[in-house]
Design a binder for this molecule. Structure first.
Ligand SMILES: [Zn+2]
Length: 110
């Protein structure tokens, strides 16, 4: 699946992302326009719904298993949530764009 690799849904070659999270305006290989399909706030909402409960469960587990000092929570929870959030946002953004491309949800050309 091209979304897992962050590639263009039409050619499967061009990279979707410019840097860590920013979507490119067009595909550098086949020139497909990505701007019409930007999911906006869709990706962060998905990440919140997935990551939120995981972090809460992790916090409870740490509390009852190890009872660590408070700074351990900050280090572990931020250390876990930041990379996972970035990864999930990339994955969800790429998936939403691919879905929009396939089902023509927007005025994206083919
Ligand atoms: Zn392309």
């Amino acid at each position: 699946m091209v979304a897992l690799r962050g590639r263009c849904p039409r050619c499967g070659q061009g990279k979707l992302f410019d840097g860590l999270l920013a979507l490119r305006p067009r595909c550098p290989v086949c020139d497909l326009d990505f701007r019409g399909a930007d999911a906006g706030d869709g990706a962060p909402v998905g990440v919140m719904f997935v990551l939120g409960p995981i972090l809460v469960i992790l916090a409870f587990w740490m509390e009852f298993r190890f009872d660590p000092p408070i700074w351990v929570y900050a280090v572990v929870l931020i250390g876990v949530s930041l990379p996972v959030a970035v990864l999930l946002i990339r994955l969800i953004k790429a998936s939403l764009l691919g879905i929009q491309y396939r089902y023509r949800a927007s005025e994206m050309e083919r």
